[in-house]
Write a protein that binds this ligand. Sequence first.
Ligand code: SAM
Ligand code: DTB
Ligand code: SF4
Length: 340
Amino acid sequence: MSTENTNTRTCQLEVGELLITGKARTDWELSDVEALFNLPLNDLLYAAQWVHRKNFDANAVQISTLLSIKTGGCPEDCAYCPQSIRYDTNVETENLMSLDEVRLAAREAKAAGATRFCMGAAYRGPKNRQVEKIAQMITEIKAMGMETCATLGLLTQTQAEQLACAGLDFYNHNLDTSESYYPKIITTRSFSDRLETLEHVRAAGMKVCCGGIIGMGENRSDRVSLLHTLSTLVSQPESVPINQLVPIPGTPLAEKGCVDGLEFARTIGVARILMPRSHVRLSAGRGEFTDELQALCFAAGANSIFYGDILLTTENPEHEADQALFSKLGLKPEPAKNVS
Ligand code: SAM
Ligand code: DTB
Ligand code: SF4
């Protein structure tokens, strides 16, 4: 394996039975994804690094800041989620934050060096009056010179266009898992509802942030299927968050254990090869990772993180810990202008 052929104009790499070019393609077969998952880890890491270096500075990591602008009280039944009203968790229901509160938080994030500001809301989907308020927040944050991202649940086409007009750069909406495992995790909206929202986001001209969660009791074939679906969307998502389940007491997935770290890193490596130009983000669950596992994930092609002590409701590594890790690994924040 791994014979680099530099004789042709396009560099190619033989990876097991596959020939990869490091360019984005959306015609992956399920069997290709399976084959990548089955590679010896060293071969997978080599191929993922090869692809990563063809498309990115391998030592630069895109940094986003996340703010929960509307916490808790969500009517949906997502089995992993501390914000669902159906589960008895420690999360209190709060109203949508005011424009003043969000402005202040965004100023602080900017001062701390954030280049992208993401706002999350515990909605099934926003009401039109909520979209109007959030559109104002987006316009103000854009004016501060940061990129904007929001995750508000299902969107209609009109809502997606309103958000795009307000200056929203990215919309995060995850598939979460494979189509076949999905009904075991969420029953209040379907996999195809999610695909429809992604289509609305694309049609409105925004960039797509879409990924999933590892460690919800799914098996390897579900992880294969999730990455296959993501990489064969009409356009690949520009950002691909790979979350490790944070098991929350009170939710149906409270007792699920952590997925094996090597399997997590393998998932990152496969995502990197399938979606060469996407930012692959280490998202929820990073607080439980050792420095060594994070280093392995960066080596496998992860190049984005959430920075800040809290995600939406759960803990993220403290910023001092991330600064120390970046220093130990020789990583640097990716400059905003290169961020896709
Ligand atoms: N309500 C909106 C929605 O569901 O699209 C936006 C917020 S929701 C919290 C965003 C994403 O966070 C979910 O799709 C899921 O992937 C992730 N998430 C939520 N709880 C999690 C948990 N306990 N562990 C890992 N990821 C989680
Ligand atoms: C994503 O995929 N992960 C982030 C972001 N999109 C919004 C959210 C993770 C939430 C983890 C659980 C919590 O903090 O409540
Ligand atoms: Fe609601 Fe989103 Fe949590 Fe599902 S993931 S319960 S939609 S906040």
